[in-house]
Design a protein around this ligand. Structure first.
Ligand code: E4P
Length: 218
């Protein structure tokens, strides 16, 4: 399973990259706003900074909701850097845009996916990734992990090349469950990734090893 970091914060991206286990970055307009990045030029510069801080795909989202607008934005974003994957919402115009961009060799990440029907249309249109938002489904009492399981089964059954990119991950358990479900990618903030390292027996075991070594060597 690939790991993307879900942030537009350059320090966090660099920290994750330094661990050597990060395969890319996802952003969205809310994450960009959180970093205070505004205006076309600053936004483009920030995407470039992200691409230069990490190896792997960097998802950059369009703001337009009409076909022409999405295409225009997507072409500009894709021309910024070869690592850019254009994030397009799963709406009617978005599906048309994904089909068009895929025919031009521009990679896309179809976002805001909440059911298998939306994912099917995105895959048929040629999306490189679909992003099911598991945390937001859990927030409304649905089961986000079940959606990942279904999408992995459906895409395998039909042999779609589209990758299942589990998004809106809120905790370490979400990551483990995505791994069990066979998600191609999990995108998450840094903390849940670091949470994978934590186990009380690792901590107490290491403490004991170091104490025993110290007893004889001090
Ligand atoms: C990433 O591609 C998504 O935009 C992100 O994971 C959404 O996460 P949230 O539901 O925590 O805002």
């Amino acid at each position: 399973m690939k790991f993307f970091i879900d942030t537009a914060n350059i320090d966090q991206i660099k920290t994750a990259q330094s661990l050597g286990i990060i395969d890319g970055v996802t952003t969205n307009p809310s994450l960009m706003a959180k970093e205070g990045i505004k205006g076309e030029k600053n936004i483009s510069d920030h995407y470039l900074k992200i691409c230069n801080s990490v190896k792997g795909d960097v998802s950059a989202e369009v703001i337009s909701t009409d076909f022409e607008g999405m295409i225009g934005e997507a072409e500009k974003l894709a021309s910024l850097h070869s690592q850019i994957v254009v994030k397009i919402p799963v709406i009617r115009e978005g599906i048309k845009a994904i089909r068009y961009l895929s025919s031009k060799g521009i990679r896309t990440n179809c976002t805001l996916v909440f059911n298998p029907g939306q994912a099917l249309l995105a895959a048929k249109a040629g999306a490189s990734y679909v992003s099911p938002f598991i945390g937001r489904l859990d927030d409304i009492g649905e089961n986000g992990i079940e959606l990942i399981e279904k999408l992995v089964d459906i895409f395998n059954y039909y042999g779609f090349g589209t990758e299942v990119l589990a998004a809106s991950i809120r905790n370490t358990n979400h990551i483990l469950r995505c791994m069990e479900a066979g998600a191609d990618v999990a995108t998450c903030p840094l903390e849940p990734i670091l949470g994978l390292l934590r186990h009380p027996l690792t901590e107490s075991g290491l403490e004991k090893f170091l104490a025993d070594h110290k007893k004889l060597n001090d």
